[in-house]
Design a protein around this ligand. Structure first.
Ligand code: IMP
Ligand code: MG
Length: 176
């Protein structure tokens, strides 16, 4: 059975255009760096990272980290849990976190804290979409694709219960 298409919030071409702009901006900003170390946050960022990393014009390395959010009821301090760590040491590296979405901001906060403790030469973040009205903690995003309203979105890596990740556009999932 083929599911009905979802209402698009960001079309495939809008996303592609913005990803190219971000890649140009990042390439310019890191022109003096020998190499950039891109960290994709699994699983949602895998498509964004694939597209972004292939358009960056400076030398780069790729690694992944996997995190999960605890459900409601977890205390703030342990709202995020590490599922799979990086393979490589990031000491003295120019690290760029690549994340699909910032909602409450807790995942990004956790990542910034835990990666900065490992002594990178620099640490920045590149986020495809953020929901500013949902932020619960201060978030520092260096490169942002789009701001979106408080809706559940899927596609371009984003899921609901592991569905819809491979849609080429970002659509709104109703009744979540
Ligand atoms: P945080 O609340 O900023 O820590 O984000 C936690 C995680 O919730 C994100 O990395 C996503 O995996 C997930 N998430 C939040 N909002 C959405 C959405 O609209 N669609 C899909 N995943 C989402
Ligand atoms: Mg994520």
């Amino acid at each position: 059975m083929v599911a009905a298409p979802l209402e698009p919030l960001l079309t495939a071409s809008e996303i592609q255009r913005r990803v190219s702009e971000l890649a140009q901006e990042i390439s310019r900003d890191y022109a003096q760096a020998e190499e950039i170390f891109m960290i994709g946050v699994l699983r949602g960022a895998f498509i964004f990272l694939a597209d972004l990393s292939r358009q960056i014009e400076i030398s780069r390395r790729i690694d992944f980290i996997a995190l999960a959010s605890y459900d409601e009821g977890a205390t703030r301090a342990d709202a995020v849990r590490l599922i799979m760590d990086l393979r490589s040491d990031i000491r003295d590296q120019h690290v760029l976190i690549v994340e699909d979405i910032v909602d409450t901001g807790r995942t990004l906060e956790y990542l910034m804290n835990s990666l900065s403790a490992r002594g990178p030469a620099s640490l920045r973040s590149c986020v495809l979409v953020r929901k500013p009205s949902r932020h619960e903690v201060p978030v520092s995003i260096d490169y942002l694709g789009f701001e979106i309203p408080d809706l559940w979105v899927v596609g371009y890596g984003l899921d609901y219960a592991d569905q819809h990740r491979t849609l080429p556009y970002i659509g709104i999932l109703e009744n979540v």
